[in-house]
Ligand binder design. Structure first.
Ligand code: NAD
Length: 251
């Protein structure tokens, strides 16, 4: 029996990039996978790929920054599968951001980044909490970013939002621990996704020399950590942030 068979895992931002990779990896381990994305057609494509690889799936078009949308998403999952075991808060504003000095960032863009990258994980976790609490178990994995540790310049809103994700992770771990729910974060390094490739022309070699492991980071490298934090091997780990970056930053 696969490690995650019978478990239901939700991945936000699953339409492409890292989220799609997480959805496929969780399905590969036997989980029923819910692919959530603001782009419904890409969510459908990911769900179809999970199903054709042999695991049950559901696509939900939803906006993580909208409370009603998140509550509706959780209800759709419980209606379909009867339970929620894991939530991967991956959806984030990233590719569409223009990198510029902090004093030139548009306040509306700042607010939107916070709404999707910080409020989104809070709203999604709030929406799935009743189902997890009812079972006395659950795993929440929040996708932060190595940029928080490096203080990567020219996107103060993005880096701040990813730091806030770690703060949220710590609070949620303490508040949800008594219900048997583990909450952890993952901070990927610069990873080759369509978003990264469009942001940085030399993406394939960007930062590689700074790593202990001198190759580019791939979505599959991060997916392994997600599977671990969703699965039973991490049942006594909570409130942590796992840096997955080939040793570019050492803590
Ligand atoms: N790629 C990297 O190098 C890297 C590094 C560290 C952290 N991250 C983080 O990993 C996550 C995924 O990154 P990616 O490179 O795959 O990005 P991506 O832009 O390719 O994917 C993001 C997905 O989120 C969806 N999305 C955006 N806003 C949404 C909303 N309001 N509601 C629901 N879905 C929404 C998009 O439609 C898209 O499918 C992001 O949180 C990003 O900040 C990425």
């Amino acid at each position: 029996m696969s490690a995650l068979e019978g478990r239901v895992a939700i991945v936000t931002g699953a339409g492409r990039g890292l989220g799609r990779e997480f959805a496929l990896a969780l399905g590969h381990e036997g989980a029923s996978v819910v692919a959530v994305d603001i782009d419904g057609s890409t969510a459908e494509q990911t769900a179809a790929a999970v199903s054709s690889a042999g695991s049950p799936s559901l696509a939900v078009r939803a906006d993580v920054s909208d409370p009603a949308s998140m509550d509706g998403m959780a209800k759709a999952v419980v209606d379909r599968f009867g339970r929620i075991d894991a939530l991967v808060n991956n959806a984030g504003l990233y590719e569409t951001l223009t990198r510029r000095p902090f004093h030139e960032i548009d306040p509306d863009e700042w607010d939107r980044v916070m709404a999707v990258n910080v409020k989104g994980p809070w709203l999604a976790t709030r929406a799935v909490f009743p189902a997890m609490r009812a079972r006395g178990a659950g795993k929440v994995v929040n996708i932060s970013s190595g940029t928080f540790f490096s203080g990567s310049t020219l996107w103060a809103h993005y880096v701040s939002s990813k730091g806030a994700v770690i703060g949220l992770t710590r609070v949620l771990a303490r508040e949800m621990g008594e219900f048997g729910i583990c909450v952890n974060a993952i901070a990927p390094g610069f990873t080759l996704t369509d978003a990264s490739l469009s942001l940085v022309p030399e993406a394939a070699t960007y930062g590689v020399a700074r790593g202990a492991l001198t190759r580019a980071e791939l979505p599959a490298d991060v997916a392994g950590a997600v599977v671990f934090l969703v699965g039973p091997g991490s049942d006594f780990i909570t409130g942590q942030c796992l840096v997955v970056d080939g040793g570019r930053q050492l803590h």
